[in-house]
Design a protein around this ligand. Structure first.
Ligand SMILES: NC(=O)c1ccc[n+]([C@@H]2O[C@H](COP(=O)([O-])OP(=O)(O)OC[C@H]3O[C@@H](n4cnc5c(N)ncnc54)[C@H](O)[C@@H]3O)[C@@H](O)[C@H]2O)c1
Ligand SMILES: [Zn+2]
Ligand SMILES: [Zn+2]
Length: 394
């Protein structure tokens, strides 16, 4: 089959690889009809190379049709149309029972000290072959599939695999008081949905991104936006009676613009031998923390900062004095996808499309164009905001 594989820093290719085979009676194989490229994939493309091997299959936002099921699979049948959550969980352990599927104790990658295994996401998360491919093996398939109807197009459902529940969790964790103000740092795909979820839940939403067409998309959905300048924080504070918003969601993560020193360190690590680079990234903490720092600075005293953006340095310096003095609450983590599906399914199926899920994709292309699309998405060329690959054709 064709699959998108990681080959090195800023290098992916579409290769012919062996089709996945059933390994456990609880597996299913799906034929992938749509699979998106995520901002998290850009971290693999740019930064997390030391944790990948050349040939690893990428992708964790996929949906398709079940083509094979193991003997122990009871909830699915061949031909079912399903979305596949990016975290692999069991649905039965202590963590899953508490809605913490990203910490599943059955799939935790203990040798790396990591939470639940993820599709297509490095040795840190189990090195499980991903879904940017014609076929995908889904472990524990009864739990790790979300059955969907046959009438609506893939784009209505696809984002249930990751960014829609991620945005929902980011807003829930932000703990905004009723009718309160939510600031959103970053208007990539995650920030777009964070903003729309915030509005849908009745909050005033103020969003920041340096890219004009991303701000324009948010404005189409009634969001007030700001460019990223030296004055942005001051302007947002002024806009919120000098106090700052009740909560801030950081939808940027560790590749933020605006911290050149850490940027230099990241580039240097990208060119070190793997073993040394892994150590440097784990211990030295070379994330770019600009968006998180701005969020902590901006939020009002007693407010909440919710990190949807991914951070991965073990020794990052936190502004603990400011956080303590301002009495800031901080929440974060990978999304617990299955925990939020019951809230989201009625919204994505609503004919009125209240979260505007059909207004996000800017590029829908055959899988062969993946290498070019990784570059276009990373460089934000050609108005690119969200890319969907179509391994089975349109
Ligand atoms: N927690 C989770 O489970 C989860 C799930 C999906 C994605 N993510 C993470 O969310 C983050 C965003 O993903 P995405 O797909 O939207 O990616 P993206 O890279 O397209 O979006 C990031 C956006 O932030 C903007 N930006 C950069 N620096 C900024 C700054 N200092 N202030 C304000 N905006 C800034 C960029 O212009 C861009 O539009 C990534 O870190 C990704 O890994 C987390
Ligand atoms: Zn993703
Ligand atoms: Zn579990």
């Amino acid at each position: 089959m064709k699959a998108v594989t990681w080959q090195g820093k800023r290098k992916v290719s579409v290769d012919n690889v062996a089709d996945p085979i059933m390994l456990e009676p609880t597996d299913a194989i799906i034929r992938v009809t749509s699979t998106a490229i995520c901002g998290s994939d850009l971290h693999l493309y740019e930064l997390l190379g030391p944790f990948l091997d050349a040939g690893d299959i990428l992708g964790h936002e996929s949906m398709g049709t079940v083509v094979e099921i193991g003997d122990s699979v009871t909830a699915l049948k061949v031909g079912d149309r399903v979305v596949v959550p990016f975290n692999i969980a069991c649905g039965q352990c202590f963590m899953c029972q508490r809605g913490l599927q990203s910490q599943c104790e059955t799939t935790q990658v203990r040798e790396q000290g990591s939470g639940a295994a993820l599709f297509g996401y490095t040795k840190l998360y189990g090195q499980v072959p991903g879904g940017q491919a014609e076929f995908l093996r889904v472990p524990l398939a009864d739990y790790n599939t979300i059955p969907v109807g046959t009438d609506l197009p893939d784009e209505r459902y696809l984002f249930l695999s990751d960014i829609l529940p991620t945005a929902w969790q980011g807003v829930k964790y932000a703990n905004v008081p009723e009718g309160g103000t939510l600031a959103v740092m970053g208007l990539g795909p995650v920030g777009q949905f964070v903003s729309r979820v915030g509005r849908h839940l009745g909050y005033e939403v103020l969003a920041v991104d340096p890219v004009p067409e991303r701000r324009a998309m948010a404005e189409r959905h009634g969001i007030e936006t700001w460019d990223l300048t030296a004055d942005t924080t001051a302007e947002l504070k002024e806009r919120t009676m000098g106090r700052g918003p009740d909560a801030v969601v950081d939808a940027v993560g560790m590749e933020a613009h605006g911290n050149p020193v850490a940027g230099f360190a990241q580039a240097a690590v990208g060119f070190l031998p793997d073993a040394i680079a892994r150590k440097a990234m784990d211990v030295a903490g070379i994330d770019r923390l600009a968006a998180m720092y701005a969020s902590i600075d901006l939020v009002r005293r007693g407010g909440t900062v919710s990190l949807s953006g991914v951070y991965s340095g073990e020794a990052d310096v936190m502004p603990i004095k400011t956080m303590f003095d301002k009495q800031v609450s901080l929440r974060m983590g990978q999304c617990n996808v299955k925990n939020w599906i019951d809230d989201l399914m009625p919204l994505v199926e609503d004919p009125a499309d209240p979260l505007g899920v059909t207004d996000l994709v800017t590029h829908s292309v055959p899988i062969d164009r993946a290498p070019e699309m990784y570059e276009t998405f990373q460089k934000k060329h050609d108005g690119c905001i969200k890319v969907v690959l179509k391994p089975a054709g349109e």
